[in-house]
Design a protein around this ligand. Structure first.
Ligand SMILES: *[C@@H]1O[C@H](CO)[C@@H](O)[C@H](O)[C@H]1NC(C)=O
Ligand SMILES: *[C@@H]1O[C@H](CO)[C@@H](O)[C@H](O)[C@H]1NC(C)=O
Ligand SMILES: *[C@@H]1O[C@H](CO)[C@@H](O)[C@H](O)[C@H]1NC(C)=O
Ligand SMILES: *[C@@H]1O[C@H](CO)[C@@H](O)[C@H](O)[C@H]1NC(C)=O
Ligand SMILES: *[C@@H]1O[C@H](CO)[C@@H](O)[C@H](O)[C@H]1NC(C)=O
Ligand SMILES: *[C@@H]1O[C@H](CO)[C@@H](O)[C@H](O)[C@H]1NC(C)=O
Ligand SMILES: *[C@@H]1O[C@H](CO)[C@@H](O)[C@H](O)[C@H]1NC(C)=O
Ligand SMILES: *[C@@H]1O[C@H](CO)[C@@H](O)[C@H](O)[C@H]1NC(C)=O
Ligand SMILES: *[C@@H]1O[C@H](CO)[C@@H](O)[C@H](O)[C@H]1NC(C)=O
Ligand SMILES: *[C@@H]1O[C@H](CO)[C@@H](O)[C@H](O)[C@H]1NC(C)=O
Length: 320
């Protein structure tokens, strides 16, 4: 009976090995999407490979009258994302999205902002987009490498803006954390009726190079944009309102360092008319910031081409 038992146990262990082999290969997978009804859940890769293709697929499958769930602890983003044209979608992020460190890739592949020569890592847009981070969902731009590369140069070419909210209406972004942004954290462009509330931004260099030009947010060509309960720690403008921004409301913000609320700059492009109209900022606490608020305009004397140092004309900051 002994040999039979031996045979049986060998067969069982062989079977186990066979099963483990498949389980193992099943565990090492790239990002995938599980769709249930109109809800798409993105499962992160287990080998740290790019999760952007799966996220893009989820937006494609569930970006209209649906929901997108990003509930794994870590998503690796190694390529640009364009998720525009959404409609009535709920996005739920409880994990961290970590942007990749191939700076060569990002510098050559950023999507165009079509303004001030800036580029984008992720552009999102649509009507009735509800993006909820529950106070924990995090965008980590891996910015330290960018701060070292730029070495204090303000408009170092090809540093991407982490999130651009474009072509959007009636949308809310809430409870999201943004740390170590590559460049400007966010832009709101060509949008109306957008609320961004309970937002935490912290871009802090861990060395002597500054986290330069890590603005919290910039608005362009946008109307009725509300910023509520923002906490911003950074090395530049905390909240900045630029070309053709109107009816902007900022409430209950806390700034640590940085330059506070910037109105501008405007008038940077030679011969182009720009306006900023009806801005309210109330209950803003600026701790060790250079300004609480200031206005940035240009004098009209051409000095070169934007966006870099030798810009169109001289900067003339007026402190409030
Ligand atoms: C994003 O994709 C839309 C639709 O294809 C396109 O119209 C838009 O130009 C793209 N945006 C960027 C910044 O590439
Ligand atoms: C980084 O990106 C560049 C440009 O896309 C590519 O040629 C290169 O292979 C990438 N490097 C790594 C380590 O993936
Ligand atoms: C615009 O950006 C590109 C690439 O990001 C860069 O090569 C170019 O020098 C920039 N142009 C100006 C005027 O800064
Ligand atoms: C916004 O929509 C316009 C028109 O469809 C398109 O040309 C532009 O590229 C879009 N902007 C972004 C940032 O995707
Ligand atoms: C936002 O929704 C409200 C209520 O439905 C509507 O009145 C308003 O026109 C919408 N705004 C935009 C820019 O579509
Ligand atoms: C304000 O936002 C912070 C996150 O930065 C959050 O912890 C806090 O609960 C929010 N406050 C209110 C009143 O919602
Ligand atoms: C910002 O981040 C730095 C470095 O991680 C940390 O020391 C600091 O406490 C943070 N600031 C706030 C206001 O959370
Ligand atoms: C600063 O951050 C970079 C990138 O995350 C890391 O490699 C480095 O070890 C950190 N340096 C210190 C002094 O913490
Ligand atoms: C100015 O903006 C506020 C929101 O901050 C809005 O309530 C008000 O109606 C706007 N005023 C005008 C004249 O449009
Ligand atoms: C800002 O709006 C004005 C008035 O509508 C327009 O003439 C101007 O071209 C816009 N500016 C830009 C930079 O598009």
């Amino acid at each position: 009976m002994v040999p039979n038992c031996y045979m049986a146990s060998r067969t069982i262990s062989g079977l186990l090995g066979f099963l483990l082999y498949f389980i193992y290969f099943d565990l090492v997978f790239s990002g995938t999407v599980q769709k249930e009804g109109s809800t798409c859940t993105v499962r992160a890769s287990t080998d740290a490979s790019d999760d952007a293709p799966a996220i893009l697929q989820a937006f494609e499958m569930c970006g209209t009258d649906g929901a997108i769930q990003l509930h794994d602890p870590l998503y690796h983003i190694e390529s640009v994302m364009n998720t525009t044209g959404l409609s009535n979608v709920q996005i739920d992020l409880t994990g961290t999205m970590l942007w990749g460190t191939n700076l060569t890739y990002w510098r050559s592949s950023g999507l165009p902002l079509d303004y001030l020569n800036a580029t984008i890592a992720w552009v999102i847009g649509g009507d009735q987009v509800q993006f909820e981070g529950h106070g924990v969902g995090t965008f980590d731009g891996n910015g330290q490498l960018w701060y070292i590369l730029a070495n204090g140069v303000s408009n170092f070419p090809g540093r991407p803006i982490n999130l651009v909210i474009a072509n959007s209406t009636n949308s809310t972004y809430s409870g999201i954390r943004f740390v170590q942004s590559q460049y400007w954290t966010m832009v709101v462009k060509n949008s109306q009726d957008i609320l961004l509330e309970n937002i935490y931004v912290n871009s802090t260099s861990n060395s002597s190079v500054p986290a330069r030009n890590t603005d919290g947010v910039n608005t362009f060509f946008s109307d009725k944009i509300t910023f509520k309960n923002w906490t911003v720690t950074n090395g530049d403008d905390c909240i900045a309102l630029k070309a053709n921004s109107s009816n902007i409301l900022i409430q209950d913000a806390v700034f640590h360092g940085g330059l506070g609320v910037a109105i501008g700059s405007i008038g940077q492009l030679n011969g182009v008319f720009e306006f900023i109209q009806n801005v309210t900022a109330e209950r803003v606490l600026a701790i060790k910031s250079r300004y609480a608020g200031y206005v940035k305009t240009w004098t009209g004397v051409q000095q070169g081409f934007p966006p870099n140092g030798e810009s169109v004309s001289l900067l003339a900051p007026i402190e409030l």
